[in-house]
Ligand binder design. Structure first.
Ligand code: FES
Ligand SMILES: [Fe+2]
Length: 390
């Protein structure tokens, strides 16, 4: 057993929140959305990372990320969550090229800028990288390599699974009243499933003595099975205790047995590539992604708003449809509705957990199976304070 690494104040106090903004969200690669959301020229999405407005825009088929702030007075260039529109500021009409350079200023004479002033006018660009359908941005002036954050096997899983994504997704976001870290810890904490989700998907899992969740056999999936593109990926394991924690150790994936039920939309899918299991993949700092039976994908992101508030983003989509099958919005709504009721089971629990943390003198105790949570805490403390715990 071990004491939890983090004190309650890490989940409640503004000074920790500000340190996180600088040392985690200011330095790490952050998921922003799916390429399937930005397939059309001039399509865009906007996001907010703790007060930093971010714009991802498709210009002539290329994706670019910017601080969503006009070089003139800082007005957001795009004001909707998503849409299709060129990069022209709605305030005074300044327009920008795909790479963020200033394209034009209406009535330029009224500004009377000299050449040197004009030369510096552009949108602030952020690094952007895609892995399969996943779009990541990095707001650091000197971004680390993506491979410093995610192991090659994790990136490979994202890339290979992306080939199976349908381009139609249901997406929503809402606010919850707890610290973002509780949600990331919760998706790593498999032991809660049996108790919190006992009336939803908990009974679909299989539990081994003394309580571990059974993993899914590699047979029954042409991705992970013999000869499949993911045959040789290594499912995540904890590094031996005491070893220095590496950032890449914090993102994990695995496959769990999940009882198969024949579902009415199966005949519409091109293939269901994993009949025995569900895949879960947690991507540090704040994404949870998974796939059930190779039929249905869920994607969640936990974006901090304040120490006690999180903006919860949720996507739901299926595997690709057979050629000729039209979009199925009613299917996506039904699946997402089901997903939301499962998420609610966690959200109510985490709300209550956070309420206790505001006044908690400490956080109890952890057992051996909670090693991954301790890894996350150890890396967090080192990153934010330089403090190393054994
Ligand atoms: S703030 Fe954008 S044109 Fe004025
Ligand atoms: Fe859960």
């Amino acid at each position: 057993m071990a004491k939890p690494v983090l004190a309650p104040e890490c989940y409640t106090q503004q000074r920790w929140f500000e340190l996180e903004q600088e040392k985690i969200f200011g330095e790490l690669w952050l998921f922003v959305g799916l390429k399937t959301q930005l397939m059309e020229p001039d399509s865009f999405i906007t996001r907010d990372f703790s007060g930093v407005p971010v714009l991802v825009q498709n210009t002539d088929g290329e994706l670019y990320a910017f601080r969503n702030a006009c070089a003139h007075r800082g007005m957001p260039i795009q004001t909707e969550v998503s849409g299709k529109r060129r990069m022209t500021c709605p305030y005074h009409g300044w327009s920008y090229r795909g790479n963020g350079e200033l394209r034009g200023i209406p009535n330029p004479k009224i500004y009377n800028f000299c050449d040197a002033e004009k030369a510096g006018l552009r949108l602030q660009a952020y690094a952007l990288q895609t892995v399969g359908q996943f779009i990541f941005i990095n707001m650091s002036a000197t971004p680390m390599a993506l491979t410093e954050q995610y192991k090659p096997d994790v990136l490979k899983v994202l890339e290979v699974l992306s080939e199976h994504f349908s381009p139609y997704a249901s997406y929503t976001h809402f606010t919850t009243d707890y610290n973002w870290k509780l949600n990331f810890e919760n998706v790593v904490d498999w032991n809660h499933v049996k108790f919190v989700h006992e009336r939803s998907f908990g009974p679909s899992m299989e539990y081994l003595d003394p309580g571990y969740i059974a993993s899914a056999p590699r047979e029954g999936t042409f991705l992970f099975g013999e000869g499949g593109p993911l045959e040789h990926v290594q499912f995540s394991q904890d590094p031996p205790p005491g070893e220095e924690v590496d950032l890449t150790d914090l993102s994990r994936f695995g496959r769990a047995y999940f009882a198969h039920a024949s579902r009415w939309f199966l005949p519409m899918l091109e293939n269901a590539f994993d009949v025995t299991g569900s895949l879960t993949c947690s991507l540090y700092p704040n994404v949870n992604f998974g796939c059930i039976h190779g039929e249905q994908f869920y994607l969640q992101q936990f974006v901090p708003i304040s120490p006690g508030q999180t903006e919860y983003h949720s996507w739901m989509f299926t595997a690709r449809f057979k050629p000729g099958v039209p979009p199925q919005p009613q299917l996506l709504w039904a699946l997402h509705h089901g997903e939301k009721s499962v998420l609610e089971e966690d959200i109510q629990l985490l709300d209550a957990l956070q309420r206790g943390l505001w006044s908690a003198p400490s956080i109890g105790i952890m057992g051996a199976h909670e090693g991954p949570l301790n890894l996350i805490g150890r890396w967090y403390l080192k990153q934010l304070t330089g403090e190393t715990l054994a």
